[in-house]
Design a protein around this ligand. Structure first.
Ligand code: NDP
Length: 298
């Protein structure tokens, strides 16, 4: 058996098209959606990510601001900038690219972003909203995974879902989103005993570990849906330096029913869902404004 490919790049393209239409409609009603991206320092991977985010905005008709701050920026200066963006009515989404330099407390920065502008969904109040089943912003990567599962027609109610990884940005919110769709969810991590046995029970397996090709075909239940969040560089051999996932694609595709490729799977979906979250933030802000205006005319 060879698994069906879940084409994240194609779905992301469609979602970007839908966002562009929503952005044009909202702009025509007087609110141009706006995203601010703040980068501290010159980390090469982060620089590429923020450039892509801004480019995606431009192509979708979303106004964007890219703040490049030197790595010597103090925590206080960064917090002050975040507060300015919180107060800026032209900005509906504020994203501070992680990781931050060691002298800055990441948590403090995230908690300073206004929750209604926290389009990454990392603020504790947004994490809590997700936890209690009333999400405001779903973190982009797990949100993108849910869209791919929906697109592939995967039935989640009652399904065994296994998430490998428990980070606050991928694994945990992923598990909560799957739970919300009534899957029976297991979260695995570095202390899990017999990871392979857990994986083999999964109807839906999400790998978010950060270890190149660690999930192999023999760890997958025949016919399972496999979502590979991992983005790793191949350490050696003829393809050294190229991008690969946490799943060993060649052996997994012989067993799985459906699988996402790396690249071209979760990555482009993560980017697309940031635009969706920014749209949602802008639409909510515009609705609040018109309520306020209606109130003041009464
Ligand atoms: P983290 O490093 O924050 O978390 C990794 C998780 O994997 C941890 O919970 C860790 O467990 C677990 N883990 C580590 N080793 C093992 C093991 N041997 N067996 C089982 N579990 C293990 O990573 P992120 O969640 O931020 O990212 C995960 C991957 O996804 C990375 O490759 C990253 O690059 C990629 N990524 C891709 C995105 C995309 O857009 N495609 C977006 C975000 C991330 P423990 O908690 O016990 O340490």
């Amino acid at each position: 058996m060879t698994a069906t490919l879940i084409d994240g790049a194609a779905l992301a393209r469609r979602i970007r098209g839908e966002v562009a239409q929503r952005a044009a409609a909202l702009t025509a009603r007087g609110t141009r959606p706006g995203l601010a991206v703040v980068l501290v320092g010159e980390d090469p991977a982060s620089s590429v990510y923020v450039r892509n985010k801004v480019k995606d905005c431009e192509e979708s008709g979303i106004f964007s601001v890219l703040d490049r701050l030197p790595s010597s920026t103090t925590e206080d200066a960064l917090l002050a900038r975040v507060r300015e963006l919180n107060a800026d009515p032209a900005i509906h989404g504020v994203l501070v690219q992680l990781p931050l330099p060691d002298h800055i407390d990441e948590r403090r920065v995230i908690e300073t972003i206004a929750p209604e502008k926290d389009v990454d969904g990392f603020h504790v109040s947004n994490a809590g909203a997700l936890m209690t089943g009333k999400p405001r912003f779903r973190p982009c990567t797990p949100y993108g995974v849910m869209k791919m599962l929906e697109e592939a027609g995967v039935k989640l109610a009652g399904a065994e879902a296994v998430v490998v990884g428990r980070s606050n940005i991928v694994g945990k919110p992923q598990a909560l989103l799957l739970l919300q769709e009534n899957a029976t969810v297991t979260i695995c991590h570095s202390r899990t005993r017999d990871l392979a046995a857990h994986c083999r029970r999964a109807d839906v397996l999400v790998a978010a570990v950060g270890k190149a090709r660690m999930i192999t075909g023999d760890m997958i239940k025949p016919g399972a849906v496999v979502i590979d969040v991992g983005m790793n560089r191949i350490p050696d051999g003829p393809n050294a330096g190229k991008l690969c996932g946490d799943v060993d694609f060649d052996s997994a595709r012989e067993v799985a029913g459906a699988i996402t490729p790396v690249p071209g799977g979760v990555g482009p979906m993560t980017r697309a869902m940031l635009l969706v979250n920014t749209m949602e933030a802008a639409e909510r802000a515009a609705a609040l404004d018109s309520e306020r205006n209606a109130g003041s005319k009464r």
